[in-house]
Design a protein around this ligand. Structure first.
Ligand code: AMP
Length: 429
């Protein structure tokens, strides 16, 4: 099997690394890839969001399977373009990808299907209307940009001043790009967050092991939101009872809703949940795997990913094939100085080999590139140091042992990934 993977972050490195282990896979390409992916795949310089050029590339390479990492190609209609040619691809249709591409679309979908989510105060196309809506609000309040904003489109406002400032930056100064032209206001939910990811062939589905990510940049969940500073997975994140509630109240109504609205969905569906006192509620949908969660998930996979994804693309998923290593996994993200704000690039990374030699550890690359003999930083999130072990504490210890061997100018990372972990409690538990 020849496989093309689109994207170039930690998620794609983890996917490529796992696909490469399949005896069925003879070749992996990754567009654009990064300095770490180069070890497992042939990297091709290409803009994965540009559907026309990816279709041209696929015409040339003729992959047996294409796996899409990031959201932009999905929202731009990559799945529809490939399916029109009868090329196997793991990706939902453009229409279905609006579940991620528009938070207003997702909210309306959730409401139509009676799926629990945060109460919404309104969606606004004009800044003036959004400012007016603040006068009767309870604080704190969540403000969300409607469209894609690379993880920077959600703000929890403590008061009217900071709320106005975010709305102004999004809607008047266009600081978030086109995704910020429309905003919605919703209630703050309280509880533990959980990432529940499933893969579906359009008919059957299988859930992946539960994960939790750490979105805030600093220890103790302080500082601004990021794309993710680390993640962990252990079955203890989810009691059988909460798991069943999530399946009954969220997963199955969502899949039935997609089907009844003829939104063609094949691929990964990431459901971001808040486990509140009154039960699990949907925070967001992503139409793809999360990052860094993927790195923690892949570390626990005990099945042939290429085989399963080929089945997904063919509409023949056999959910029982997804087997998981018991125990736990942890991914610690090493970030560039300044991240999640503007971060410096081109810093030489030291210690990669000795970190990778720690047993049970794999260092996935995110924002890295090769410069002569060296590997240098090229993005905000640089590496995902990922470990699997029998216990969560053991996996965290290994990740941190390996992380301590790596250095680059300005490097920072959270020291508390998975450390404040506790079994999830929610209504009825
Ligand atoms: P989203 O992109 O919608 O998942 O939002 C990013 C992050 O913002 C989530 O992972 C939560 O940490 C936080 N968040 C989003 N919506 C809410 C909400 N209604 N209440 C509390 N936190 C939220």
């Amino acid at each position: 099997m020849k496989v093309l993977v689109l994207g170039g972050g930690g998620r794609e490195h983890a996917l490529v690394w796992k696909l490469r282990q399949s005896p069925r896979v003879e070749k992996v390409w990754c567009a654009p890839g990064n300095a770490g992916i180069e070890a497992d795949a042939e990297c091709i310089a290409a803009d994965s969001a540009d559907v026309t050029s990816i279709v041209e590339l696929a015409k040339k390479l003729q992959p047996d399977l294409t796996v899409v990492g990031p959201e932009q190609p999905l929202v731009n209609g990559i799945a529809d373009a490939f399916r029109a040619q009868h090329w196997p691809i793991v990706a939902p249709s453009k229409e279905a990808a609006q579940l991620e591409g528009s938070k207003v679309f997702a909210k309306e979908f959730l409401r139509r299907h009676g799926i629990p989510t945060a109460q919404i105060y309104g969606a606004f196309d004009a800044a003036r209307d959004a400012y007016n809506a603040l006068s009767g609000a309870d604080w704190p309040l969540v403000i969300k940009a409607d469209g894609l904003c690379a993880g920077k489109g959600v703000f929890i406002a403590a008061d009217a001043t900071s709320a106005k400032d975010f709305i102004e930056r999004a809607m008047e100064r266009n600081e978030l790009g086109p995704g910020g032209r429309r905003v919605l206001l919703e209630e703050v939910l309280d509880g533990d967050e959980l990432s529940f990811i499933l893969v579906t062939d359009g008919e059957r589905y299988a859930s992946l092991v539960p994960t939790r990510d750490h979105k805030r940049v600093f220890d103790g969940n302080q500082g601004p939101n990021t794309g993710g500073m680390g993640a962990y997975s252990t079955n203890n994140l989810l009691s059988p009872r909460i798991r069943q509630t999530i399946i009954d109240e969220v997963v199955e109504p969502t899949l039935r809703g997609l089907e009844s609205e003829k939104l063609y969905y094949q691929g990964f569906l990431y459901i971001g949940l808040m486990l509140t006192k009154s039960g699990p509620k949907v925070l967001e949908f992503n139409c793809r795997l999360g990052d860094p969660e993927t790195q923690a998930v892949v570390a626990r996979m005990d099945f042939d990913l290429a085989e399963v994804l080929a089945e997904v693309a063919a509409g023949k998923l056999e959910p029982s094939r997804l087997r998981w290593k018991p125990g736990a996994s942890v991914c610690v993200v090493l970030a560039s100085g300044g991240y999640p704000g503007k971060s410096a690039a081109g810093k030489t990374i030291n210690g990669l080999d000795s970190a990778d030699q720690v047993t049970g550890v794999k260092v996935f690359h995110a924002g890295t590139k090769r410069q002569g003999e060296s590997i240098v930083t090229s993005g905000g999130r640089v590496l995902g140091v990922t470990a699997a072990a029998a216990t969560l504490e053991g996996a965290a210890e290994l990740s941190y042992e390996a992380a301590a061997k790596i250095s680059f100018d300005g490097m920072h990372y959270r020291r508390d990934i998975a450390k404040a972990a506790r079994p999830v409690k929610a209504a009825g538990d």
